[in-house]
Every structure is written in structure tokens, then in C-alpha cells.
Design a protein around this ligand. Structure first.
Ligand SMILES: [Zn+2]
Ligand SMILES: [Zn+2]
Length: 260
């Protein structure tokens, strides 16, 4: 495989949902697969991770933006973790600590720890910058209750910025815009409608107009709105997308692949 591309595995915020009115955008929670040459990097381990491929030429890495349930829900049922001798590197935000997932993935909530699976699961603290194969990863703290990392992946001169679960303040908006400068693909939290964003201040999420403001401020080429509200139907998401009035602004659809 060559090139740099993103496959959407899970788009929802908060909790997985099902229903005939939630087919096109999907019902699984936050998980995105980035392929950069031979290297695979997963952004978050929400329930969408359960549908991810299991075998890779080079061990994959899973980067967690933060540990809210919708971003870690798929880890325990990702079958690669049970494949003997298969290495998977899992990066946890520094503030949380390497053992933080043990509070969830251990009895009485789960039968065993993630490091207790048959596979070779290695948990690391996420540094401010690291290299995974030929992919460079940079991370900065974002604005969300309890914190949430914003990550930038760079490969062969192209960049993808993953800014899920964000409600930027006036100050942090500028920091975010310089971090995302000239991104080829900007992924941003579009959970709320404009009306909801007005009344749900402090919940840690944004609306499409904030994403477009950020896109214009940083000069990103494409904006992918993510972290869909669990109650939002396909028709409602399509209407929100149409209202943005921009051809380079989309809401993420489960299963789609975007070339970066
Ligand atoms: Zn979330
Ligand atoms: Zn969150």
C-alpha cells in the first residue's frame, strides 16, 4: 500500500446507536484508521475498532485522544489483542497515566486487563511528539472537560489534524489554528447544531460553524466533521451538511475512505 488515507470506522460521540435512520453515517463510536504507506495508525478505540482489520505487515498503533468511554469502548473486543505474538502499541494521554485503562478493563467491569490478552499489547504514555514508522505525530492539549489531545499526523509532506471533542475558547482557538495550519485534512467536532451549541456551553463540543471558522483561520483544504450526536439521523446529518454550503466540508460517513 502506498499513499496516505483515512478510513472512517466509527463516527458517533457519547454512545453507540443503531437504527434504520442511522445507516449512512453509522452508529459506532469514534475510531478512524489512517494508512500511511505500510504503517497503520488508529485514532481512538471506540466501538468502530471492532470492525478494523486484524492483520498488518507492520504492527499498528492506537492513539487515544482521551479516555471517555466512547473513545475506548472497542479496545476490549478488538480481536487482534487476542492473537498470540501480534504486537499492538497503545498510546494513552500523559495526564491519564499508563495504568488508567485498568480502572475500566479489569474486574468487575471486564474480565481481564488489556495487557492480559494473548497478544503483545504495549501501553505507552503519549509524548508531545513521536514517530511511528514514517509517520510523525504531534499532540497538544485541547479544550474538553478532563482534557483531550489534538493530534497532527504528517506523512510525505501531507498533514491530517484530528480535533475531536473540542470546545475551543477564544485563547485556545488561536493555538489550535496555528497547530492545524495548512492541514490537508482537518477533522473537527461537529456534534452540536448551532442552536444546541448556544445552550450547551461547557459541554466540550462544537458545531459546524466553529469547524468552518477554524478551517478558514488555519487554511485547511478539507474539513471532516466528526463525533455525531447519537440522536442525529442520516437525514438530519445530511441537512446539516447541506447547510454548510461548502463542497469541501463533509460529515464523516461510516466506511468511507478519504485520500489525504
Ligand atoms: Zn467523545
Ligand atoms: Zn469526550
Amino acid at each position: 500500500m502506498s499513499g496516505f488515507q483515512l478510513t472512517v470506522l466509527g463516527t458517533r460521540g457519547s454512545i453507540p446507536v443503531t437504527g434504520r435512520d442511522k445507516i449512512r453515517f453509522g452508529g459506532a463510536t469514534s475510531c478512524y484508521m489512517v494508512q500511511a504507506g505500510e504503517q497503520t495508525v488508529f485514532l481512538d478505540g471506540g466501538s468502530g475498532l471492532v470492525d478494523a482489520p486484524l492483520d498488518f505487515d507492520v504492527p499498528p498503533a492506537i492513539l487515544l485522544s482521551h479516555l471517555h468511554l466512547d473513545h475506548v469502548l472497542g479496545l476490549g473486543m478488538y480481536r487482534r489483542l487476542s492473537q498470540k505474538d501480534c504486537r499492538t502499541d497503545l498510546y494513552v494521554p500523559a495526564g491519564a497515566g499508563e495504568n488508567a485503562l485498568d480502572s475500566l478493563y479489569a474486574p468487575p467491569f471486564w474480565p481481564l486487563k488489556l495487557t492480559g490478552y494473548a497478544g503483545d499489547v504495549r501501553i505507552h504514555t503519549m509524548p508531545a511528539s513521536l514517530r511511528i514508522g514514517d509517520v510523525r505525530v504531534d499532540a497538544i492539549p485541547g479544550d474538553h472537560p478532563g482534557g483531550c489531545l489534538v493530534m497532527k499526523l504528517s506523512f510525505e509532506g501531507k498533514t491530517l489534524v484530528y480535533a475531536t471533542d473540542q470546545e475551543p475558547s477564544e485563547t485556545s482557538f488561536g493555538t489550535l489554528a496555528s497547530f492545524a495550519k495548512d492541514a490537508d485534512l482537518l477533522m473537527f467536532d461537529g456534534q452540536f447544531t448551532e442552536e444546541e451549541a448556544e445552550v450547551r456551553k461547557g459541554f466540550g463540543h462544537s458545531s459546524p460553524s466553529k469547524g468552518i471558522e477554524l478551517m478558514d483561520a488555519c487554511g485547511a483544504k478539507q474539513l471532516l466533521l466528526i463525533h455525531h450526536d447519537p440522536a442525529r439521523t442520516d437525514a438530519a446529518l445530511e441537512e446539516m451538511e447541506r447547510r454548510t454550503g461548502r463542497s469541501n466540508v463533509r460529515f464523516a460517513r461510516a466506511g468511507e475512505t478519504i485520500r489525504i
